[in-house]
Design a protein around this ligand. Structure first.
Ligand code: MN
Length: 730
């Protein structure tokens, strides 16, 4: 494309003053780089124009595009920053300066990698921090840097092979995560695919070949599905735009690795995308999709209710058709789509070429917070503690998977995020693990459930005799993160006294039965159900942690579900009912805080319908409409009981969950996130004050549909770090 054509195109979407300044910048850059060539042999200015075009495609304003054109001028030519400042003013000059500083931060990274090869990983977070600090006051410099990197990646084939690998590595580790952090998916995805191609060429080519092989077939299929969906949505009068796209190569690779499957099993090589005007339309579309096809459990994500950190919102689901073929559907509003495409760049977009987005200020504030950007930089210069916190935030947010820990001798051990000194001890030597009694991190004593952070220097304090503590195996307490340590601890207990383990197992089981208020079970029955002939063997297995208590409880649930007699069920329900004494009025369905009634799937009764209860064999009372055909045609009339709607008009049941915790930063938020993720409504949350041991109790009043949903929720909460106990209030 001719440069003047591009200027004409810009003139259709930018104010004339912006286009003017872009033309001026082009003239200056073109002159300054006149004698320089790219490795490809192309004039250097082609790189500057490519960078500027990427920025223009992100719909950024004139001064950013201008700075993109000028970004290599002070560094690589005789024109100075001062001259740029005089010609274009401080904003553009500062942007260019920030980009140059970012480049230096990246260069330092290379030196660090060579000098401290072993410490390379630990250094990455530090360098990322430097890069973010390096962007000065204007985050738009990072966008220019990303556009710069994108073009360098697109032209990477002209570089020598060893340089290709290094640049690709850096792109995958630093620039793609940065683009992700800023929510600019189009750049993130392209950077990942390009880096992947150079780093894992064989894998890349293999996936591409496989995709090409099946391309037509998949295209044809998804075309058909898209037509069907359009028809369904039209029938429901849901206005929408539908598109689909091939999944990116690197995403496929990651999914294959994550799920340990072959490419043939990575079904969502095609994803349908539905864009609708309003949020409520998103859920309407989801309803249609889930009715017409079969939803795959565990594949539904509601990023509208719980947006990703970078602001991304959408509904994601995967469904199966009648032939068993799978595809993915993403549903979002056009506003969410904008956010996904442009990320923070969306916040600088001009709506009609003249006026900035009216949510501009708010979004800038959000973005700044997301990047912990300007304030942190000031804090860092003022306080070392804050600097640490900031580094932690950057590390944890951007490089999630591993921490790198130093031994007292300066060796590096790799551990998963969330690992504790105990994990570290077992990593060093099994005996060190068994005898671990305390730990010093960076010279200070820490509790054994301390979560290790990148670059921590850890010294393990050991005892001469004795073994691990049984508490270490309690997942609720968070002492152990790695399966290696867990296995070693379990083995140790196995070797210990059988009788002791039996006793221990009994304690664990009894505690759990009490916690869940389960009384009507016999030990020998549970043992048999779990596959043990002798009760002691069964208890010992619990003591060894060979079978998890969760597993045992599930078995008990199955057992009790089928063992209750009809009379017992009715008795239990009546005992819970407010109006149990008034036998004429029957049982209240709502508001009895009981989970033994459920709505019939055949007639879906709603409050206000005339209803009747049917006592099922061992599974409580099912509520039907009195005019339900299944009830009218029923032979077995003695199983029918009188029921009322009761006072509560909510279809969910209200219950209270009590969570005991060792308080930590963000814990209450983590708990409410878990609850929201389970689509459970919180009516009330009460947090009592921490005591001197840092213990606190959180009471959640929730609306929940049934007992297994409640158990699932309790399990999820229990798995958060620092939770000691989760019980249902009885
Ligand atoms: Mn450049």
């Amino acid at each position: 494309m001719n440069i003047d054509d591009w200027f004409d195109e810009l003139a259709t979407k930018l104010p004339a003053t912006d286009v003017y300044i872009i033309k001026q910048s082009y003239a200056v850059a073109n002159k300054a780089h006149a004698r320089q060539k790219r490795k490809s042999g192309a004039p250097y200015i082609t790189h500057c124009v490519a960078v500027a075009k990427t920025l223009a495609n992100l719909n950024l304003e004139g001064e950013v595009i201008a700075a993109g054109l000028l970004h290599d001028v002070p560094e690589d030519t005789t024109v100075t920053l001062l001259e740029l400042s005089q010609e274009f003013g401080p904003t553009i000059a500062n942007l260019v300066d920030s980009v140059t500083k970012l480049k230096h931060a990246a260069d330092e990274l290379q030196i660090d990698q060579l000098t401290f090869l072993k410490r390379k990983e630990a250094q990455r977070a530090e360098n990322l921090r430097k890069m973010i600090l390096g962007m000065g006051d204007d985050v738009r410099a990072v966008l220019i840097k990303l556009a710069d990197r994108l073009h360098n990646m697109r032209t990477l084939k002209y570089m020598p092979p060893e340089k290709q690998k290094r640049i690709a590595q850096e792109t995958l580790e630093i620039f793609a995560p940065l683009a992700n952090r800023l929510g600019i998916y189009r750049i993130k995805l392209e950077l990942e695919d390009l880096a992947f191609k150079y780093l894992y060429t064989d894998k890349h080519d293999e996936i591409v070949a496989k995709i090409n092989e099946r391309n037509d077939e998949i295209d044809k299929y998804i075309n058909k599905v898209a037509q069907q969906l359009t028809q369904f949505l039209n029938e429901e009068n849901i206005s929408h735009k539908l598109s689909w796209r091939a999944k990116h190569i690197y995403s496929i690779y990651k999914k294959m690795k994550r799920k340990e499957v072959d490419i043939d099993q990575v079904y969502d090589i095609r994803a349908l995308r539905v864009i609708v005007p309003h949020i409520q339309d998103c859920y309407a579309v989801l309803g249609v999709v889930h009715t017409k096809w079969h939803p795959i459990s565990g594949e539904f994500d509601d990023y509208i209710a719980v947006p990703k950190d970078n602001g991304y919102q959408s509904l994601h689901t995967a469904v199966r058709d009648n032939q068993g073929k799978l595809f993915e559907v993403q549903i979002r509003t056009s506003e969410m789509h904008n956010q996904a495409e442009y990320g923070i760049a969306a916040h600088w977009r001009y709506k009609d070429g003249t006026q900035a987005d009216n949510k501009f200020d708010h979004r800038i504030a959000m973005m700044r917070q997301a990047l912990k950007f300007k304030r942190d930089i000031h804090d860092i210069t003022e306080s070392v503690a804050d600097a640490h916190e900031f580094m932690d935030a950057v590390k944890n947010d951007v490089i999630r998977e591993k921490v790198y820990i130093f031994t007292p001798k300066g060796d590096v051990e790799e551990l998963p995020i969330g690992a504790t000194p105990i994990d570290f001890a077992y990593k060093i030597h099994t005996q060190v693990g068994h005898k671990c009694r305390g730990a010093k991190v960076n010279g200070h004593l820490v509790p054994l459930d301390y979560q290790l952070k990148n670059s921590d220097k850890v010294e393990i304090l050991t005892t001469k005799r004795g073994g691990p503590s049984r508490d270490w195996l309690n997942e609720n307490l968070g002492y152990v993160k790695t399966s290696r340590a867990r296995k070693k601890i379990r083995l140790w207990f196995k070797k210990q006294n059988y009788i002791e383990s039996v006793a221990q197992g009994r304690v664990i089981l009894e505690k759990e039965l009490k916690r869940l208020h389960i009384t009507a079970v016999r030990l020998d029955e549970i043992a048999t159900t779990c596959g043990y002939k002798k009760i002691d063997d069964f208890l010992a297995a619990i003591g060894y942690n060979d079978i998890s208590i969760q597993h045992v409880i599930r078995k008990i649930e199955e057992l009790t579900a089928t063992s209750l007699s009809d009379e017992e069920i009715i008795e239990q329900i009546q005992a819970k009912s407010k109006h149990a004494m008034d036998s004429d009025s029957g049982i209240d369905v709502m508001g009895i805080g009981d989970l033994l009634t459920k709505m019939a799937q055949c007639c879906h009764p709603l409050p206000g319908d005339l209803i009747i209860g049917y006592v099922t064999k061992g599974r409580g009372v099912t509520i039907h409409r009195t005019d339900c055909v299944n009830i009218l045609s029923l032979q077995d009339k003695e199983r029918l009981i009188k029921v009322n709607w009761g006072a509560e008009k909510n279809t969910n049941y209200v219950t209270e969950v009590i969570v005991k915790v060792y308080d930590r930063k963000g814990l209450a938020r983590d708990i409410t996130n878990v609850v929201a993720n389970e689509n459970v409504n919180i009516r009330n949350i009460k947090i009592n004050a921490r005591d001197k041991y840092n213990r606190a109790t959180i009471r959640l009043e929730i609306e929940i549909s049934n007992l297994s949903a409640l158990r699932k929720l309790m399990d999820k909460i229990e798995h958060l770090p620092n939770i000691t106990e989760v019980v249902r209030k009885w």
